[in-house]
Design a protein around this ligand. Structure first.
Ligand code: PGA
Length: 268
């Protein structure tokens, strides 16, 4: 059975000391849980402090992004080697916010600036291929915008994102893969995708994996839902058969809320 994974994506929030404080609180409350896997993804600068705070517990550490080379003249980037050195076991790849696709439009953000985020399926593919040899488990994010959904393009967009990210990667390399279905229109908007629709789309993602890689891999890979997950809606989402966990943004910054979400996961 696939063990539920509840991941907190802290995004650009919390300094190292604030992150360590939240991680310490979570460790005291849910640090030794083994029925669910609990993952914290702080900013790069807080990884070390949060890693120290959860060391010796069952909780895992993950990063929010990575570059595809191990070292070199790549100003501002962080390598897979560096993530491993601070104890990361997971890394989020292709989050819509690193792709420059935002659920909530920032009125101060000139749309031409979005291209500077410049993440593409091709760059995500490079990152994915770079982290696998290090044993870092990718959490590959895919999801459609509201305009794409309304135009009936959800499946096409997801298929393109999956094929682009997984190009040239074999089933043998993907046993640690996690996929997060994150409809862009539900991220940070408070507008959650209905549980049965999220289940349907996660089922489509699993079918895409099955078609491409076969039943064994499709059965193993965990598919998370992300987008306005809260304690009040987590139970319905996490009890869907195709949904194996949650990638939680805003609600993961509150210890009590995040703890409650972990208790919404079914015992599998
Ligand atoms: P949200 O973010 O829970 O704040 O909507 C989810 C995510 O972006 O991973």
């Amino acid at each position: 059975m696939r063990r539920p994974l509840i991941a907190g994506n802290w995004k650009m929030n919390l300094t190292p000391s604030e992150g360590a404080a939240l991680a310490t609180t979570l460790r005291q409350r849910i640090g030794m849980r083994s029925d669910v896997e609990i993952l914290l993804c702080p900013s790069f600068v807080a990884l070390q402090a949060v890693g120290e705070a959860i060391r010796g517990s069952e909780m895992k550490l993950g990063a929010q992004d990575v570059f595809w080379r191990d070292a070199g003249a790549f100003t501002g980037q962080v390598s897979p080697l560096m993530l491993c050195a601070v104890g990361c076991e997971y890394v989020i790849l292709g989050h819509s916010e690193t792709r420059g696709r935002f659920g909530v439009a920032d009125p101060d953000l000139d749309p031409t600036i979005l291209s500077y985020f410049s993440e593409t399926d091709a760059s995500i593919n490079r990152k994915l291929r770079a982290v696998l040899p290090h044993g870092l488990r990718p959490i590959l994010c895919v999801g459609e915008t509201l305009a794409e959904r309304e135009a009936g393009q959800t499946e096409r967009v997801l298929q393109t994102q999956l094929e682009g990210a997984l190009q040239g990667v074999t089933a043998d390399e993907l046993y640690e893969l996690v996929i997060a279905y994150e409809p862009v229109w539900a991220i940070g908007t408070g507008r959650v995708c209905e549980a049965d629709e999220a289940n349907r789309v996660c089922g489509f993602i699993r079918q895409t994996l099955r078609d491409r890689y076969g039943e064994d891999l499709a059965t193993l890979v965990r598919i998370l839902y992300g987008g306005s997950v809260k304690a009040s809606n987590a139970h319905a989402l996490l009890h869907q058969p195709e949904i194996d966990g949650a990638l939680v943004g805003g609600a993961s910054l509150n210890a009590e809320e995040f703890e409650q979400i972990t208790y919404c996961a079914p015992k599998r």
